[in-house]
Design a protein around this ligand. Structure first.
Ligand code: SF4
Length: 306
């Protein structure tokens, strides 16, 4: 009934798990979703940090980060991600102030001149059973022993301890992709929560990487089944409040089969789910507020929260 996607990313796995119907709207029917302040702010701050790390280590000063943020703001002023937010003067001032606060917090969390990065905004993919798994790594670096470290910037809230494991699903995904592409499992995956200044560091294990493939296969089979029988069930949650597809959701009195026509979209014939997250000028990911894949598996990577 629906074309089956040929690739999955952490955010798409997460989207299907959160609400299969919203997944259908966004990943199968490709209905447009208006940008939000949170996603645009996240993409823009990712871009500023990417620009910072293009500079040689000794030049990664606060002034350089300020200049990188200005460049990112200039880039975004021409993009629908920011334009379509329709911010007035005061709204724009607040938006810029929030971006500055996140980058200022970043500088309190680490000294960028000490980072030995080997890749920025790295797009990785690997095949599992004919399915392509894709992810974008904000920053890949080397630790003091030459091990790979994945750093993922988060601009939303840090998860509470109860939901920490859920937020770390992407860790397994990144670890799996590094294992496949570089033949080396990362020694650590760091989630830097720029809002609160917290860093959660996970140590992926062989078991957690294996579990990723098992879990992704299971989600994949569920996606295939839903595409075949057309049953993408709505799953109500707190996410409904910000769902762009509420008007077509039966939980809110809507008709899903009217969505594509009313949104002015012709159902796609070739479907590949996007790489993670929203895309700004950099194709950046992890703009959160949204989680990555969930990793509530009991085979979690070891965690350290600071
Ligand atoms: S409103 Fe809620 S239940 Fe309906 S599609 Fe959106 S997230 Fe799913």
């Amino acid at each position: 009934m629906f074309p089956v996607p040929t690739s999955l990313s952490p955010s798409r796995v997460d989207a299907f798990t959160n609400c299969p119907l919203a997944f259908r709207f966004s990943s199968i029917e490709k209905l447009p979703e208006p940008p939000s302040v949170a996603t645009t702010r996240g993409s823009l701050v990712h871009r500023a940090l990417e620009l910072l790390f293009v500079s040689p280590p000794a030049e990664r000063t606060p002034d350089r980060l300020e200049a990188a943020l200005e460049t990112a703001l200039d880039e975004y002023r021409a993009l629908p991600d920011l334009v379509d937010l329709g911010l007035d003067g005061a709204g724009m001032q607040q938006f810029e102030a929030e971006c500055r606060e996140l980058t200022a917090n970043y500088l309190r969390m680490e000294d960028p001149s000490t980072v030995r990065e080997i890749g920025l905004e790295l797009r990785l993919e690997a095949a599992v059973d004919g399915l392509t798994l894709r992810g974008v790594i904000d920053r890949l670096e080397l630790d003091e022993h030459g091990g790979l470290v994945v750093t993922d910037y988060k601009t939303g809230r840090a998860p509470s301890a109860n939901f920490e494991q859920k937020s770390l699903g992407g860790v397994h995904f990144y670890a799996f992709l590094c294992d496949q592409v570089f033949g080396q499992r990362p020694s650590a995956v760091r989630l830097m929560y720029l809002k609160s200044g917290e860093t959660i560091t996970a140590t992926p294990s062989a078991q957690s990487v294996r579990f990723l493939t098992t879990r992704t296969r299971a989600v994949w089979h569920a996606v295939e089944r839903a595409c075949t029988n057309g049953e993408f069930r709505p799953r109500q949650s707190a996410l409904c409040r910000s769902c762009a597809f509420q008007r077509w959701c039966p939980e809110f009195g809507g008709d899903p089969d009217r969505a594509a026509a009313e949104a002015g979209v012709t159902a796609g014939t070739t479907v590949t789910t996007g790489t993670t997250g929203t895309t700004g000028s950099t194709g950046s990911t992890s703009t959160d507020g949204t989680a990555d894949t969930d990793g509530t598996d009991g085979t979690a990577a070891g965690l350290v929260r600071v």
